[in-house]
Design a binder for this molecule. Sequence first.
Ligand code: 6PG
Length: 474
Amino acid sequence: MENNYQSTFGMIGLGTMGSNLLQNIADQGYNCSGYDNDINKVEQLNNLNRQNIKGFATINDFVNSLKSPKTIMLLVPAGKIVDIVINELLGVINKGDIIIDGGNSHFIDTERRSKDLERKGFHFIGMGVSGGEEGARKGPSMMPGGDAQAYKTIQPILEKIAAKDNGEPTVAYMGNRSAGHFVKMVHNGIEYAIMQLLSETYQVLKKGLELNDEDIHDVFDTWNQGRLQSYLIEITTDIFKYKKPGENHLLLNDIKDEAKAKGTGKWTSQAAMDLSVPVPIIDIAVSMRDLSKYKDLRTQAATLYPHANNLKYEVDKDDYINKLEQAFYFAMVSAYAQGMHLLYCANIEYDYKLNLDLIAKIWRGGCIIRSEFLEDIYRAYKKDHELEHLFLDDAIHKNLIESTSGIRTVVSDAVCHGVALPAYSAALGYFDNFRTKNMPSNLIQAQRDYFGSHTYELIGEEGVFHTEWKNINS
Ligand code: 6PG
């Protein structure tokens, strides 16, 4: 290895994401260095035989290959490993150097690292990266937050490697400290919600309408040409076409029904509960992945509580698919609305200085939840930067109203036939309470006061009150 190799960008963690992102940066003409404690991964990088990418077997050689101020991105598994790598780095880099954590780190960890590294004189950026392996190679959506000065230094590189939407890069500075990882976490919460909605849609098409795989493919394919156009529907369409070579059934039908999760959906629900922001579709999506893992329990219960032999709906299929399209639209809007509401509230609580229109803008390309509908979200927040909830936007209001009959039909038919649609139901229940001026929560307050003297407030009267409820004067 030549000693005078000088690079602009360093990557620690040469898994597929790290390697692909580094190749993407090298494609833009930057000299790049890579390091991984797995020597095989370093060799794989060097075996790419690219002039402007070099892998190093020791952290010292890696760091020495970088121009100052050094820019180093970490793409390693979230959690303790990030702290271990940062500690190792601090011994070999200088004050003023830039560390970017590009993994799916928990925002609370990023908050701590951000403050700690600032105190020590290093520039730190916590950056969400979305778009999977292909996105990393060809253009991801990126959500950097933290040190604004450091962002300015790396901005030209990030803008070049990002996906482009309407000619604009899908990257922007999100806000203070852990803002980038918070935004990415909420992105993933919405991702979980939409994936759950799609799996429930599959259930209605397969069990309720008894469509075969080809017809299900066609439904998703058609939806993807219209207002539901999105990356998640696009890949679902592909999945309903994929057969292993030499086989004549879908690979999908051989896959176990136990969904895994790395945690970002759960973190979204936890963060939302900490802030008292309701995100029930995301909560349900996390819970249903959890329920899917209890295969043995579900198998026993299936014998104890069998479904009726036939779940088939007696309906006109084409007409019903239109209603289902409306229902999906309604629930999808609700999933985004809940995520955006969480961002709105987190912004106030954590003083992130988020721009919700900018977030919608960079989600329009490159990321997993990119969709046609993000254009409407972008417009809504662009028109009104203070918009508290998407349901209050005029254009969204109109489309939601037009879709309510669809979701009512789909949820009520599912309830009558025993088809489980918890995410669709959560979307509708959330909406029906959201648009209720008087919720029945006065009863909860009375009960709390009854058994625990927790007091209640009265309509039209200042103060808090307590009643000895047992002294009933009947
Ligand atoms: C993305 C994805 C990415 C990853 C998820 C998977 O935006 O590119 O969200 O971050 O695929 O972390 O999450 P689960 O394993 O929890 O489904």
